[in-house]
Design a protein around this ligand. Structure first.
Ligand SMILES: Nc1nc2c(ncn2[C@@H]2O[C@H](COP(=O)(O)OP(=O)(O)OP(=O)(O)O)[C@@H](O)[C@H]2O)c(=O)[nH]1
Ligand SMILES: [Mg+2]
Length: 221
């Protein structure tokens, strides 16, 4: 996981089209590695790995400061405007095995828009897809990233009020991942301080899971 001074965390962003997966990847990396734009068709068509530079001031262990490195795998959406479910699944599966096969995955971030309700069928599809990718322990390795927090706020919802009014589908999803969720305004989190807050939350989730990693092997079906 880390040498004595450094720790690397491996993350993947998953979710529907135009939810802000690539933007979230950029926010976490503090870069513009991934193409992110509004579009009537799915923008990301393949997986790509982005690496952050060394980040200090985020994590301490045994009284010592560690340097953090973040690796994020950006993925095509599911469902996708131009790829079948099987194509997306196989692409993501093989990229996970390729990039994180040896070190393992710390956390999958299921990206949902905070300003759009999560409906039952959509929730089921997302869960089924993550289950297929991560296997039976998916709940331990999944957190929900609620992007467009700025839009939800414009609608008058603080985080607390948002959760009180959220759809039962979202609440049940949050409950199944042990309430690991983060609100994110991708337009703001490129700011260093905002990014540090989000990274600390992610590290907390990883700590809660005892720094376990999910080992993802190539599999043929
Ligand atoms: N206001 C606001 N806009 C956002 C936020 N996150 C993403 N966006 C915008 O939403 C649009 C789509 O973002 P992407 O990052 O391309 O979304 P994606 O999920 O990667 O999209 P696909 O690759 O097409 O699946 C872009 O114009 C982003 O700037 C956010 O938190 N707030
Ligand atoms: Mg994208």
């Amino acid at each position: 996981m880390a040498d004595s001074n450094e720790m690397t965390i491996n993350l993947v962003v998953l979710g529907r089209s135009q939810t802000g997966k690539s933007a979230a990847g950029n926010s976490l990396l503090g870069s513009w590695d991934f193409e992110s734009r509004r579009s009537p068709s799915s923008v990301t068509t393949g997986c790509s790995l982005g690496r952050s530079c060394r980040i200090s001031g985020i994590i301490r262990r045994n009284g010592r400061e560690l340097t953090l490195r973040v690796r994020v795998l950006d993925t095509p959406s599911y469902p996708h405007s131009g790829l079948s479910k099987e194509e997306v699944r196989d692409t993501v599966r093989s990229a996970l095995a390729h990039h994180f096969g040896e070190e393992g995955l710390h956390l999958a971030l299921l990206v949902l828009r905070a300003d759009v309700p999560l409906c039952p069928e959509e929730g089921d599809h997302a869960i089924h897809f993550i289950q297929e990718l991560l296997g039976p322990t998916w709940k331990d390795f999944t957190a929900v990233l609620l992007t467009h927090a700025d839009k939800a706020e414009e609608g008058g919802f603080s985080e607390e009020a948002y959760i009180c009014s959220a759809s039962s589908t979202l609440l049940s999803l949050l409950s199944s991942v042990q309430h690991k969720y983060i609100f994110l305004d991708n337009q703001k989190s490129i700011i260093k301080e905002e990014r540090a807050i989000v990274l600390r939350k992610i590290l907390n989730f990883i700590r809660q899971n005892n720094y376990q990693v999910l080992l993802l092997k190539h599999s043929k079906e």
